[in-house]
Design a protein around this ligand. Structure first.
Ligand code: MG
Ligand code: ZN
Length: 220
């Protein structure tokens, strides 16, 4: 009984996510669903990426948090349109919550919309919001056992960003192990090693992102 209820919720969400997706496509923007555990560096990454890409791409951000608007305030300081969603306890964003922000954006004036999900390695991977693809951040301080513990997250993501690599000398974290275990779960995963602190690796990620937006625009 319980299984069928859960499936119904996911199916209803998928329908709304697909409607969002159609609208995004029609408006010509690329949408990323950004996921990680709390504190992995989602908002720090967005601050860096907005600075680097602002000249080339028109960026919009949706911030998902259980409560508070601290992250949206950080993003607003970068001068890009941002909407804060407070889930009021829910541990992930869903299609409906994203649809509720539509009145706040002019999507025709945005090339790249990033949805920063609630910090959580579990259910954000199950709920589509209308994104082109999911990106996950894992920081080296979280340990290299995450692919085996949270495989769905790695399976559903197109990109894995390994953050805080400046801390590698101080933690037990094997880049080789994480690569091997992640690719076993998802052979198509694109992996970048980055540090939002020092900036290392960010240029590769930004170039990749620029290319994705450009390719999608040409395909239309
Ligand atoms: Mg954040
Ligand atoms: Zn959840």
């Amino acid at each position: 009984m319980k299984i069928s209820v859960v499936r119904n919720i996911l199916e209803a969400n998928d329908r709304i996510a697909q409607q969002n997706r159609d609208l995004f496509k029609e408006s010509g923007l690329m949408v990323i669903n950004l996921m990680s555990s709390p504190g992995a560096g989602k908002t720090s990454l967005l601050e860096k990426s907005i600075d680097a890409l602002k000249g080339d791409l028109r960026i919009g951000i949706i911030e998902g948090d259980i409560q508070s608007s601290q992250d949206a305030e950080r993003i607003a300081r970068k001068g890009v349109p941002v909407v804060q969603i407070n889930t009021g306890g829910a541990c992930h964003l869903d299609g409906n919550m994203i649809r509720d922000t539509f009145g706040e954006f002019n999507f025709r004036e945005i090339d790249l919309l990033v949805v920063e999900n609630v910090g959580n390695l579990v259910c954000p991977a199950e709920f589509r919001v209308g994104e082109d693809f999911k990106v996950m951040i894992l920081s080296v301080t979280e340990g290299d056992d995450k692919p085996t513990k949270y495989p769905l997250m790695f399976r559903e993501s197109k990109v894995l960003l390994i953050n805080k690599i400046d801390l590698l000398p101080y933690v037990d974290f094997s880049l080789e192990k994480i690569k091997e275990d992640s690719l076993k779960i998802n052979p198509d995963l694109t992996i970048f090693r980055i540090s939002c602190k020092t900036g290392e690796g960010l240029e590769d990620w930004h170039n990749w992102l620029r290319k994705q937006v450009k390719t999608r625009k040409e395909d239309r």
